[in-house]
Design a protein around this ligand. Sequence first.
Ligand SMILES: Cc1cc2nc3c(=O)[nH]c(=O)nc-3n(C[C@H](O)[C@H](O)[C@H](O)COP(=O)(O)OP(=O)(O)OC[C@H]3O[C@@H](n4cnc5c(N)ncnc54)[C@H](O)[C@@H]3O)c2cc1C
Length: 373
Amino acid sequence: MADITTADCVIIGAGFAGAATAYHLTRNGARDIVVLEQEAIPGVHSSGRNASMVRQVVADSALAKLTEEGAAFLRSPPPDFPESPRFEQNGSLLLASGEGWRRLARDAEMARSLGMSAECWTRERAVAHVPALENAEFEGAVWSATDGVVDIHALLTGYLKAARAAGAEIRYRSRVRSIDVHAGRVAAVVTDDGVIKTEKVVDAAGPWALTVARLAGAVDAPLHPCRRHLYITSPIASVDRKWPFVWDVTHEFYFRPDSGGLLLCPCDQEEMAPCDAQTDEAVAEILFDKIRRYLPALSEVAIRKHWAGLRTLSADGRFIIGPDPKVKGFFWVAGLGGHGVTTSSAVGALAARMIGSDAGGAAESFSPARFAA
Ligand SMILES: Cc1cc2nc3c(=O)[nH]c(=O)nc-3n(C[C@H](O)[C@H](O)[C@H](O)COP(=O)(O)OP(=O)(O)OC[C@H]3O[C@@H](n4cnc5c(N)ncnc54)[C@H](O)[C@@H]3O)c2cc1C
C-alpha cells in the first residue's frame, strides 16, 4: 500500500525557487514542510547550469526591487547561513549602443532611484577597466560596483541545509505524478513513493512548472523554457580575474573571468519542451560570429568546455509568484528567467510571506492571476 504522510506545505522542486522558499518559510517559523525533487541531487537543471552572475540593473522596476534585495542578501548573508557562499564583488559593465544605450542609461537612473549603484561610463573608461574591450563595438557602459559572481552550489546547498536544520524535509528522487484537488482546494500530492496530504503546494518546478500546474488544474500560465549555452575557454594570459562581468545588451553576449580564462555566452534563446537540455554544436558559431564582429580582441580564444541550460520565461517576461486564482492552496514560484540566482532570496522571502498569510497574500506585479483570463 502507498505510504501516506501529511505536511503543512509541499514544495515541488529543489532549485533556487524551491530552496529559497523553503529557507524563508522556515525562517518565518514554518516547520512541517516537505521539498520534493525528482533528481538525486539539487541543482541538476537551471540552478546548477547558470552563469552565477548577480546583476541588479534591469529595465523592469518591480524586478529591480527584487534584484536589489536579492543582491544585498548575497553580499552579506545572515551570519547563521550555512556554507557562506563566496561572493566576488568585481562589479559589472553593461554595454550598449544607439537607442539601446539611451534605454540602458534610463535603466541605470531608475536603479539609482532605488538605491543601487549604477554609473554611466564613457567607452574610454570601460576600455581602460577591461582592455579586452579595445575595438569592441559599443557607445557607453553602465558600471555597477556592487554586482558580482556568487558560488551557486554553496548558495543552493545553503538554502536547503538551513531549511532542513529548521525542520524541513528534503526528498530526492521523488517525482510528483499527480495533485489531488477537492472542491477547488489542494488536498494531496502523489509521488511514486506515496501520498502526502497537504493543503498547500508550491510549484517551483522551473521548466516543468506548467506541467505541474496542469496536474492541479491551475491557471494555464504561458511559460516558455528556452535553452542557452555557456562556454569556458582555455586559460588566457591577458585575463585579469578581477575583471567585472561584461554584458553587451545591444549585441547580446556576455563574458566574465573563469578558471584563468573566460566564461562566454552568446545569449542564444531557443524555446523547447522541458528537458535535460543538451548542447547544440552549431551555437558555437553564433558565439564566434559575435566575438569576431563586436569583440575582436578575443577572436583567438579556444573553448575548453560548454554546456546548456533552460531559462524559463513567462509570456510577459515577469516572474510568476503568488496564489493561483483557480485552485486554493496552489502557489506559483516560477518563470524566474535569467534572474533566479540574483533574486533567489528576495523571491523566496516574497513567496514565503504570501504562503504564510491566511489570505494568500497580494502578489500584484507577479500575480498568476494576470493569466486567468
Ligand atoms: C545558461 C543560463 C545562465 C543563467 N545565468 C544566470 C545568472 O548569471 N544569474 C542569474 O540570476 N540567473 C541566471 N540564470 C537563471 C537561473 O539559473 C534560473 O532563473 C534559476 O536557476 C531557476 O530556478 P528554478 O528553481 O525555478 O528552476 P530549476 O533550477 O530548474 O529547478 C526546478 C526543479 O524542479 C524539479 N522538478 C520539476 N518537475 C518536478 C516534479 N514533477 N517532481 C519533483 N521535482 C520536479 C526539477 O528537477 C528541478 O530541479 C541562468 C540560466 C541559464 C540556463
